[in-house]
Ligand binder design. Structure first.
Ligand SMILES: [Zn+2]
Length: 333
C-alpha cells in the first residue's frame, strides 16, 4: 500500500514521522504513523490516539499492540496514528498553546488553516482513502478517575447501516458500559461530542467509527491499557482480520443519556462514589467543604451509573465533580 508517501509491502510493518510543518525555531514538527500491511487481502482498520494531547493510555497500548502484531497473519491493513496532537502532548495538555483549538473539533481539517487544522487535514485526507473502520482512543480529563467505556453516536444524516456497524464494533470491543447517543436528542454533551470530531466526520464519510474512552488523562492506567489490548484483539477477530473466534461480550450496559455533575460551591471536594458504581436516588455523591462547614452535599436526583469521578480535590463553582449515565438498558450478545 502507498500511504503518507511511504510504500509498505504486503506482510511488512513500517514507521514514519510525517511532517506537518515547522516551529518558529526552524525545527520540523511531525506526527508518528505506524502501518502494518497484511500478507492477506482484507479491510483497513485505522486507530488514532491523543487527539487530545494528555490522553496517554491509547498511545501506549497502540505502541505495544503494533510491536506484537505479526503482519504475516493479518488479513487487511492496520494504520495507527497514535499521537495526533503532538504539540499538545509536549504541553502535557488537551489542546496546544499554538492556536488553542481542540483538534477533535477541527476535522476534516483545512490545508491552509492553523496548526491544529492542518494536522486534521493531513490525517483525514489519508483516512478517507483507506479506512474501512476507525477506533479513536481517548481518556477522561486528568482530574478524573474513570471506568473504561465506549461511545458510539447516532448522527442525523448518517446512513443507519454505518451507525449500526459502528455500534456493533463498539460493543464487540467488549467493555460493560457503552454510551450510544442520539445526537438529535442527547442533552448534556460538550461541543466536541457534536461536531468536527473524528468519529462524526468518519460517519459522515460512511466510515464506521467509535470512541474508546479508556481511563483518565495525564497518566498510564495498566488496567485500561489491558482493556484496549483485549478490545483491539476482539475487533480484529470479529472483522476477520485475524482468523480466530471472537469472544462474545456477554451482558452490556447501553447508556443513552449522560451528564456531568457540577458543583454550586467552591472548596475541597470529597467524592462518596467510585467509577463503575450504581447509585440509587437520594444517595450521596459528593461533599464540598471549607475549613468550618460542609458547604454543599450533592445527592443523586435519580438512579445513576457513575462513569467517572473527580480525584483532584480543589473545585470552583461549576466545576465537574463526575460524569454519570442517567438513562440506560442492559443487552446481551
Ligand atoms: Zn479526548
Amino acid at each position: 500500500m502507498e500511504i503518507f508517501g511511504m510504500h509498505v509491502e504486503a506482510g511488512k510493518k513500517m514507521y514514519k514521522n510525517v511532517k506537518i510543518g515547522e516551529l518558529a525555531n526552524f525545527s520540523d514538527f511531525s506526527i508518528p504513523v505506524l502501518v502494518a500491511c497484511g500478507a492477506h487481502e482484507g479491510p483497513t482498520l485505522w486507530m488514532t490516539g491523543a487527539v487530545h494531547g494528555d490522553e496517554l493510555n491509547g498511545p501506549w497500548a497502540l505502541r505495544q499492540f503494533f510491536w506484537d502484531l505479526n503482519p504475516q497473519q493479518l488479513y487487511g491493513n492496520i494504520v495507527i496514528t497514535p499521537l495526533l496532537n503532538v504539540l499538545a502532548f509536549a504541553d502535557k495538555n488537551k489542546i496546544s498553546h499554538i492556536d488553542n483549538l481542540d483538534l477533535d473539533q477541527q476535522f476534516p481539517g483545512n490545508p491552509n488553516g492553523s496548526y491544529t487544522q492542518r494536522i486534521a487535514y493531513v490525517v483525514f485526507n489519508e483516512m478517507k482513502k483507506w479506512a474501512n473502520f476507525v477506533i479513536d482512543f481517548h481518556t477522561m480529563g486528568h482530574v478524573f478517575s474513570s471506568t473504561p467505556y465506549t461511545v458510539s453516536k447516532d448522527v442525523p444524516g448518517v446512513d443507519s447501516i454505518v451507525t449500526d456497524k459502528a455500534f456493533k464494533l463498539a460493543r464487540i470491543f467488549g467493555v460493560y458500559p457503552n454510551c450510544h447517543l442520539n445526537l438529535a436528542t442527547a442533552g448534556g454533551e460538550l461541543p466536541g461530542t457534536t461536531s468536527g470530531s473524528i468519529d462524526i466526520t468518519c460517519l459522515h464519510h460512511n466510515i464506521p467509527c467509535f470512541m474508546a474512552e479508556m481511563g483518565a488523562g495525564g497518566r498510564w492506567d495498566e488496567q485500561a491499557i489491558q482493556v484496549i489490548r483485549d478490545g483491539i484483539d476482539n475487533v480484529l477477530k470479529y472483522t476477520g482480520m485475524i482468523k480466530e473466534e471472537y469472544k462474545k461480550p456477554g451482558k452490556q450496559m447501553i447508556i443513552t443519556d449522560r451528564y456531568f455533575l457540577r458543583c454550586n460551591h467552591g472548596g475541597f471536594v470529597r467524592m462518596a462514589v467510585a467509577p463503575g458504581q450504581l447509585v440509587q436516588k437520594d444517595e450521596k455523591l459528593a461533599s464540598i467543604y471549607d475549613f468550618w462547614d460542609e458547604r454543599e452535599t450533592m445527592t443523586a436526583k435519580k438512579k445513576l451509573f457513575v462513569i467517572a469521578v473527580r480525584h483532584e480535590p480543589v473545585v470552583t463553582t461549576g466545576d465537574r465533580m463526575g460524569f454519570v449515565g442517567c438513562e440506560w438498558h442492559e443487552v446481551e450478545w
